[in-house]
Write a protein that binds this ligand. Structure first.
Ligand code: OOG
Length: 261
């Protein structure tokens, strides 16, 4: 970690930008030496600020796990962010765009973890630890101007652009289907805007879980029992507009919808 970087101060700046719905310049503009360990330390400090205001951690999200997203953001390795209870929008709920800066939505698959996972785990171990799998969407919102940043440390420090998420209500046992072959279609007001097969996510959404466990282990952390994990978007993200009703259907997992106002 870079000795000269004040993690608390940078976390406070990003937290204030989020609360005040104000865009800021990417951190690496002012702090070009910002490393990935610095960025995760800033992310963690930002989450501590949210916890101090009564929020509760409910899970984690993976990001940049698909080629489509890596191309869209011009970055090339997976990252994670933390999800809190206040980020969850109920299924069929409403996302108020005025409460964000420039929110985008993307199609995902989520897991509920029943047993702690730690370090390098096999696909079978991960599936054994999973209670259920379901359709989900993530609403991203970068605190950076025009949703643009140029480095992994920037996005990681900003909690990997986390903002809100919505989970499908139908939970399925993870071994009930081939998780690499599920057709995913996201539509806005009835028109399909993004579609992909689930293997667009890390070649297999379960691989996102394995990658998450390894990333956490690099920081001496585990994936706690009870966590929700978003495996990362299968496609590029879609900019939300007022009046949009967004529905994701995942073959075998059902549908989940949310509206933007
Ligand atoms: C980074 C977060 C990407 C995903 O699912 O790929 C992400 C971003 O797009 O700003 O969450």
């Amino acid at each position: 970690m870079t000795a000269t970087v004040d993690h608390q101060e940078l976390a406070r700046a990003l937290d204030a930008a989020r609360l005040e719905r104000r865009e800021v310049a990417p951190l690496t503009r002012e702090v070009p030496q910002l490393s990935l360990p610095d960025a995760y330390a800033i992310q963690e400090a930002g989450i501590r600020l949210r916890l101090s205001r009564g929020e509760r951690v409910v899970g984690l999200k993976m990001g940049l796990t698909s080629e489509a997203k890596r191309r869209q953001m011009n970055l090339d390795s997976p990252v994670y962010g933390v999800l809190t209870d206040r980020m969850q929008v109920p299924a069929d709920g409403v996302v108020r765009l005025s409460e964000g800066i420039h929110p985008k939505i993307e199609p995902e698959i989520a897991f509920r973890i029943g047993r702690e996972l730690k370090g390098k785990v096999t696909r079978d171990e991960a599936l054994d630890a999973c209670v259920s799998v379901f359709a989900a969407m993530e609403i991203l919102d970068s605190r950076y101007r025009d949703f643009k940043y140029f480095s992994l440390p920037d996005v990681v420090a900003d909690n990997s652009s986390s903002s809100l998420f919505v989970l499908g209500t139908a939970e399925h046992p993870p071994r009930a289907m081939d998780l690499t072959r599920l057709e995913m279609k996201m539509s806005v007001n009835g028109e399909v805007v993004q579609a992909a097969r689930s293997d667009a996510i890390s070649g297999d959404p379960v691989v996102s879980l394995l990658q998450l466990c390894e990333l956490l282990a690099e920081r001496g952390q585990v994936l706690p029992a009870g966590s929700i994990v978003l495996a990362g978007a299968a496609t590029a993200a879609h900019m939300l507009k007022p009046g949009d009703r967004v529905q994701l259907t995942v073959e075998g997992l059902g549908s989940v919808a949310v509206s933007a106002a």
